[in-house]
Design a protein around this ligand. Structure first.
Ligand SMILES: [Zn+2]
Ligand SMILES: [Zn+2]
Length: 137
């Protein structure tokens, strides 16, 4: 009888679906994308809301390499990964810094500077308010 009670988590045999922490992280991103982006503190640091605790917030650091990722939650401490890092990584990969004001904005909201700009280099990317200020829109 005892053999039948082995916890499922010890057998991640199927790779067809993403691990649950990844799915939870993507869910967090969907729910809080704007908040996570606005929380950007420089140096790859974001604040990601907890998916389970109301008002819970975790400081996450997204490194240039996966082994540099950090989160202050208990899950990360014991497993080396968590949903908060997944959510922050998604926000990081979908956003970039404006070359005008330095704010972090969604890539889809960045405007590439043309070759006739006096204030910026061709190929610089500006957020919409900056682009408007400099006549790029
Ligand atoms: Zn975490
Ligand atoms: Zn800007």
């Amino acid at each position: 009888m005892a053999e039948t009670t082995i916890p499922k988590v010890q057998h991640p045999s199927t790779r067809e679906t993403a691990p649950s922490y990844v799915l939870r992280g993507l869910g967090l991103f969907e729910l809080h994308a704007g908040e996570i982006l606005a929380s950007y503190q420089g140096g790859g640091r974001y604040v990601v809301p907890s998916g389970t605790e109301a008002n819970g917030l975790y400081e996450v650091r997204v490194g240039t390499r996966p082994e540099r990722n950090r989160c202050e939650c208990r899950g990360f401490a014991s497993h080396g990964h968590c949903s908060h890092v997944v959510a922050a990584q998604r926000a990081a990969s979908r956003s970039d810094l404006c070359d005008g004001c330095g704010e972090r904005v969604w890539r889809r909201d960045l405007v590439e500077v043309g070759d006739d700009s006096l204030a910026f280099f061709e190929g610089d990317e500006l957020c919409r308010p900056c682009a408007r200020d400099h006549g790029e829109l």
